[in-house]
Design a protein around this ligand. Structure first.
Ligand SMILES: [Fe+2]
Length: 224
């Protein structure tokens, strides 16, 4: 993997480690809560892929860029740039679009609107450009995506797709990215600590809700 990071890898501080543990637990709990894909209808499987694609295709690079704009520490920037470099060079949004189309799950207006409120909340949050909160949210995002990939691939396969480049790539590269984001978080927490009255998990909670909405949204998904 090409890397732009040149700084030595700092240790993760104990404070950051406690955030990492909580974020990891939230990810694992969310993964454990996913409905058994074999009992979902074909339309329910389509809906999850479509809402995921609707959120991720146009926003992952946006939110990673917002996080890059937010960070103050020079040492944290190469970690985010490395991530963005790979996203753009390998055209990850195109991979995701191909994945959704091959699974006959390209998002409709209904799919996009089903996650619209949560998406807007996340965009507003990122607009605050809060470095520690944004880095924690993106670490949650990367970690969740990586663990969600086998499930997403399963949904697509059950819809007759064999186009798995997106899920194959993200099941592997996001492990390193997640680790890198926690290192960036640790650096930022040392150099630009969050104000005492602010919640480091604010963005994590908004994103967690958005990820739940992707999976569990029902009202606009009539059973096939
Ligand atoms: Fe990606």
């Amino acid at each position: 993997m090409t890397t732009l990071a040149t700084s030595p890898r700092p240790e993760i501080t104990p404070h950051c480690e406690s955030i990492q543990q909580k974020v990891t637990q939230m990810i694992d709990d969310l993964i454990a809560s996913l409905p058994d894909s074999t009992v979902l209808t074909s339309e329910e499987r389509r809906g999850i892929i479509a809402r995921y694609s609707s959120v991720l295709e146009g926003n992952f690079i946006y939110w990673m860029t917002a996080t890059l704009l937010a960070v103050h520490s020079e040492e944290a920037r190469p970690i985010l740039l490395d991530n963005l470099f790979e996203e753009v060079r390998d055209a990850h949004p195109a991979m995701l679009r191909n994945f959704a189309i091959a699974a006959h799950a390209f998002p409709t207006d209904t799919d996009a609107l089903a996650v619209s409120d949560e998406l807007t909340r996340m965009r507003r949050f990122m607009g605050k450009l809060s470095p520690v909160q944004s880095l924690a949210a993106m670490a949650f995002f990367e970690g969740y995506i990586q663990k969600f990939m086998p499930y997403l691939a399963e949904l697509a396969a059950s819809r007759g797709s064999s186009e798995m480049e997106y899920t194959d790539v993200h099941g592997v590269c996001d492990i390193a990215h997640t680790d890198g984001l926690f290192r960036a978080l640790s650096i930022e927490m040392e150099n630009s600590p969050l104000e005492a009255d602010k919640d480091p998990f604010e963005g994590v909670a908004i994103l967690h809700h958005l990820m739940q909405r992707i999976v569990f949204y029902q009202e606009a998904s009539p059973r096939a």
